[in-house]
Design a protein around this ligand. Sequence first.
Ligand code: PMP
Length: 287
Amino acid sequence: MSRIVYVNGAFVPEAEARVSVFDRGFLMADGVYEVTSVLDGRLIDFAGHAARLRRSLGELGMAAPMEDAALLALHREIVARNAVVDGLVYLQVTRGNPGDRDFAYPPADTPPTVVLFTQSKPGLAESPVAEAGWRVISVPDLRWGRRDIKTVQLLYPSMAKMAAKAAGADDAWLTEPGGVVTEGSSNNTWIISGGRMVTRALSHDILSGITRAAVRALAAEAGIAVEERAFTLAEAQAADEAFATSATAFVMPVVEIDGVKVGDGRPGPLTRRLRALYVAEMRRAAL
Ligand code: PMP
């Protein structure tokens, strides 16, 4: 089925959607994005994604293309037009089309390019992959120094994902010298030891995950201790449980790291509980 996508004010069949070859997103990866999950036709944590979009745009000196209410209306309309039950809405905003290629930014009044499309993923929350958990490998984190900005510069994360696939694994954990974990290829990483949850503190080194924030709040409500600090691969391999969070993977158990089983090599009990809590709370609060 051909999708209806949104490009700069119009909903069009995907085959008719056009963006200029001079678009800064195409030439310079000069753009930001958000991915908002959809369950039962409703948006998961839209407010968090809208706030982070605003922040990413601000860090790059770009104006927000519209108010949050208009953005929400667009998200709802594209979900409805494509009859998405479970899946996601992808949103990208670039610095637009200056009409030529130049390293300097175009004038501030150059209209941004705004694109939205949907992906349908039936049964997203009941993924069999979450029952098995992910096996991950480690790769050096060779990304740039502003990982807190959600840019469309995703070549290195793609390379990391391909390295994982080539190794027969599900994802890659990115590490700094000394084996310190930053995050996964497209998710935040966590370990649990002695009932305490550990995840890296926010900084320019990682993306401030919307799912990370929700899981942190749910853990606090449930009286589970959360420590925000860096941890190493060795610490993760020796942990009781490990998991990753993202808008589309939710809370994903990690059962093996570089060939070493985490715990007994099966999704841990606290991870499973957090996943169930997260999915239930997100379904309840969905817009
Ligand atoms: N880190 C990176 C590098 C990511 O690409 C993502 C997914 N966008 C995340 C973390 C998780 O963020 P969120 O929970 O908002 O999807």
